[in-house]
Design a protein around this ligand. Structure first.
Ligand code: ADP
Ligand code: MG
Ligand code: MG
Length: 881
């Protein structure tokens, strides 16, 4: 078997296509060598070795030693150096690399091949004794920690100690003699700690390093990383042995990292960092602060940028970067070293980028013809778009993180800390911006959340009340920040070693879940420009329409701005929760006679009409689907003693009356209770009132704007076709009356949600009375599985962890079960009524994977929350590719 693949001097055994065998790093080195770019020559041992090593009790296969030695001899010939001997010693790095990059998870050893003899030869041949001994001590330090398992910090302590004794502060102040002294102490350290000498035989060093790289594949941090990123353990790592080039040979030498474009903004300019007179690990190590690559990029610091310090090499780097980007047709993240003015490339890979940069780059590359439009669309993760719809903290300001929590709702905002909703409102009234900090929020905090710029809660997850409400409002929210301690009575927050008082200013980065000190500048979302272009391209190719789930005018307006093509779900009951309305609703529920009941209904009707009229105006002629009242009645009654008393007082009834009613309406299992169409059949007054309000609003809207609105009236929770017929007959009667009364004709549609298995099975019959179907996949998932969404978190998480399920069915449609019902309902519905409109309005309507499924079954539209509309537009486009 062939284990070893050489590269260098314009040719290579492998190429970019060999990622699986050579790892990302090895494949990139081979590819760059083929392109004739300056790559230090070397060879890569394929991942097969790692696989063999672990499936054979950690033993090396026959013949590997021969192959490595042969490759090494070839390397000696091209570099005209000799390994472990001679006047010009060959030094190598031993590097890891898996198919998918695992940054910093696996080990690397540099300067291998140095010993007490070769270090002197290196000093002589380079004429630079300081450099030679600095390299040797680096090697001992790295080898002792990576291969021999000693703590890095012990070696750092030695250097510290020497510098202190000599009154020096910088490594650069140390000369050859100092390094020699340090080397002696390093060797002593190894002897004392391990009872053995530091290995002098270069071949022993080489096999030690190769084995260490293989071992690092099974290190705890690598295992954790693989679990988090779903990388299979049997891929294994490749091992690259590469001749050393030196960035630590003086001021004309350097090491660095370059991005072909700015990874934060996507700007088309070289971006990165470098360190003069240093080796690779110094950049990541953080001991020295790197310099910017370009003057344009430098913030201040006075550290000379590379375009100033090394102008010729910089220009060469810029040319290489452009070539690599054009070759790979994507942004590259390049590791390079400069050895006395000569540029060497050590790695290239696809550059990570922020969502904003991703859009910018994809659009720019497509406009320049480097990639196609569909490819540009394919490159954007739809879910990441949501982050672009909110203000963000400017990418180039310094951030002081003082606390962390869950990124519950994206965006950024600054304001003064307040601990109660009342304070937030008072501050708002005088024009002061606040951040509401609560242990957790409840419905009583809604007004405070409205008044505040952002919300921080100590408890709760990403589906907590605070999180859900904040997302609906489009405000940043961090939940579950349990490192933050809150003392409400003292009015203080303790976090990140600081004590903050009410009134102190903080900034929330809800996208990252970071609490930051002080006020930071933000950038507003940019819906035109590149984002707009990308959306246009998506709209050109998608087939499905995208509607929104909205009931308030604000939501409807936002959704239109984001490109919604109508409302797919208006949950009318949500319009009943504010103070006046809940009072009217309670009056209806508690009414002792028909008169009182009729009065309550009239009040509600006027309010609802105004609601609908406003929505129709905002949507100006686009379809609006109005779902009739859905929840069980008991949701509108006060729950607790105190609240019951207040309500009784306000309504002039006995507390006992309220208690009795609540008891009467109590259900053991409200999710399966008297709600939806069932409630409508028991209390037709409510939905009749709604139908009247809808028709009045249609007529008034027509008069006001001249626009014809065709409302889509949607009956929830239908299981029997006769349920729907019963309700539809009543709606038709009301429509007739309205037409007579106003003397004007209008059109309307009546349809149903498909959210129960029986409805899906009987879809052919139900379609006789239903002009559209909208899949209510939240309830359909609940009823298909027989589980409650509000309580399922506990065991679904367990299921995910134990591999029983791959995805939470409430986030992504369970294609095999729930999806099968959807398919069946589409087919049967269309059999009865070929032109039936099919849509989805559950939470899944904004989930890219579920949208893929919706395309496959041929739905006409998806409907999702306003901030998901652009996500859905892109996902719907991708689904057609
Ligand atoms: P990682 O996967 O953690 O990035 P690498 O194998 O890329 O590890 O090595 C880290 C750094 O070490 C490189 O970025 C480079 O600066 C330096 N390095 C590796 N091999 C060589 C070499 N042959 N010559 C000079 N520097 C090297
Ligand atoms: Mg690297
Ligand atoms: Mg439902």
């Amino acid at each position: 078997a062939n284990w070893v693949y050489s590269f260098g001097a314009g040719k290579a055994d492998g190429s970019a296509r060999d990622r699986a065998r050579l790892g990302g790093k090895g494949a990139s080195l081979a590819e760059m060598a083929r392109l004739g770019l300056p790559v230090p020559p070397g060879f890569t041992i394929a991942t097969d070795l790692c696989q063999h090593y672990y499936s054979n009790g950690k033993s090396m296969p026959d013949g590997i030693q021969r192959q490595v030695e042969t490759a090494l001899q070839a390397l000696e010939r091209v570099t005209r150096r000799t390994f472990g001997a001679g006047d010009h010693p060959l030094l190598v790095s031993v590097r890891s690399g898996s198919r998918d990059s695992m940054p910093g998870m696996l080990d690397t050893v540099l300067n291998l091949g140095l010993n007490d003899d070769t270090v002197e030869a290196l000093a002589r041949s380079t004429g630079n004794t300081t450099f030679a001994h600095d390299s040797y001590r680096r090697f001992i330090q790295m080898y002792a920690s990576v291969v021999m398992g000693l703590e890095q910090s012990m070696f750092e302590d030695v250097i510290h100690c020497v510098k202190r004794k000599m009154g020096m502060t910088r490594d650069a102040d140390l000369g050859a003699r100092d390094w020699q002294a340090i080397i002696a102490r390093y060797k002593g350290l190894v002897r004392d700690e391990l009872g053995e000498e530091f290995p002098q035989d270069p071949f022993a060093q080489l096999w030690g390093a190769i084995t260490a790289v293989l071992q690092s594949w099974m290190s705890p941090r690598a295992i954790t990383y693989r679990a988090l990123h779903a990388i299979p353990a049997d891929w294994g790592t490749a091992v690259t042995v590469q001749s050393m080039v030196f960035g630590n040979m003086g001021e004309g030498s350097a090491t660095g990292v370059a991005f072909t474009r700015d990874p934060a903004t996507g700007d088309d300019r070289l971006y990165g960092e470098f360190l003069p007179n240093a080796q690779g690990e110094d950049v990541v190590g953080g001991a020295r602060t790197p310099h910017p690559l370009t003057k344009a990029q430098s913030t201040d610091s006075g550290r000379a940028a590379m375009d100033i310090a090394l102008p010729v090499t910089f220009q060469e780097l810029k040319d290489v970067a452009r070539r690599l980007e054009n070759h790979y047709r994507d942004v590259q993240d390049i590791e390079f070293t400069v050895e006395t003015g000569k540029l060497w490339l050590l790695q290239t890979r696809t550059g990570k980028r922020t969502p904003r940069a991703a859009v910018r780059i994809a659009v720019d590359m497509a406009e320049k013809g480097l990639i196609s439009k569909p490819e540009a669309l394919r490159r954007i993760d739809p879910a990441s778009l949501e982050q672009l719809l909110h203000p963000m903290i400017s990418p180039d300001v310094e951030r002081t993180v003082i606390g962390r929590g869950l990124p519950a709702s994206p965006g950024a905002a600054s304001g003064a800390i307040v601990f109660t909703s009342e304070e937030a409102e008072e501050a708002r009234a005088v024009g002061r911006r606040t951040i509401l900090v609560r242990p957790e929020t409840s419905p009583e905090d809604i007004h405070g959340m409205h008044a505040a710029e952002g919300i921080l809660t100590i408890h709760g997850g990403t589906t907590s009340h605070a999180a859900v409400v904040a997302r609906g409002m489009g405000k940043p929210c961090i939940s579950g920040a349990n490192s933050v301690r809150m003392n409400v009575s003292k009015g203080i927050l303790i976090t990140g070693g600081r004590t903050l008082k009410s009134g102190d200013v903080i900034t929330l980065d809800g996208t990252r879940g970071e609490v930051l000190l002080g006020e930071l500048p933000t950038v507003q979302p940019e819906l035109s420009g590149d984002f707009g272009t990308l959306m246009e391209w998506a709209d050109e190719i998608r087939r499905m329409k995208v509607r929104t789930n909205a009931e308030t005018p604000d939501e409807a307006r936002v959704a239109r701005e984001f490109g919604a093509e109508g409302i797919g779900l208006c949950r009318t009951e949500r319009m009943f929760y504010d103070d006046d309305r809940i009072r009217a609703m309670r009056a209806f529920i508690l009414a002792s006679d028909d008169d009182a009941r009729a009065r309550a209904i009239d009040t509600l009707q006027d309010m609802q009409k105004a609601d609908f009229l406003e929505l129709f105006e905002i949507m100006s002629g686009q379809p609006v689907t109005i779902r009739l009242f859905d929840p069980p009645l008991h949701e509108f009654l006060p729950r607790f003693g105190r609240e019951m008393e207040d309500t009784a007082l306000a309504m002039g009834v006995e507390v006992e009356q309220i208690r009795q009613k609540a008891e009467e309406l109590h259900e053991v299992n409200p999710m399966l209770g008297n709600r939806g169409v069932r409630l409508a059949i028991c209390y037709p007054e409510i939905i009749e009132m709604q139908a009247r309000a809808i028709f009045q609003a249609v007529l008034e809207a027509g008069k006001k704007t001249g626009e014809t609105v065709v409302p889509e009236i949607m009956v929830p929770l239908v299981a029997y076709e006769r349920e729907l017929k019963y309700i539809k007959d009543r709606i038709d009667v009301i429509a007739k009356a309205a037409i007579e009364e106003w003397g004007r004709e209008f059109k309307y549609l009546v349809g149903t949600m498909i959210e129960l298995p029986r409805a899906a099975i009987r879809a052919d019959r139900i379609a006789e009375g239903s002009e559209f179907f909208s899949f209510g996949t939240n309830d359909l998932t609940q009823s298909t599985f027989g589980i409650s969404r509000d309580d399922a978190g506990v065991y679904l998480n367990e299921y995910l962890q134990k591999g029983i399920i791959d995805r939470d069915p409430f986030l992504t449609i369970d294609v095999e079960g729930v999806g099968e019902f959807i398919r069946m309902a589409c087919e049967r519905g269309q059999r009865t009524r070929p032109d039936i409109t099919l849509g989805i309005c559950g939470e899944h309507g904004g989930d890219p994977a579920s949208i893929q499924f919706c395309e496959a079954v041929g739905l006409h539209y998806v409907s999702c929350s306003p901030y998901r509309v652009p996500v859905a537009r892109l996902a719907a486009a991708q689904a057609t590719l």
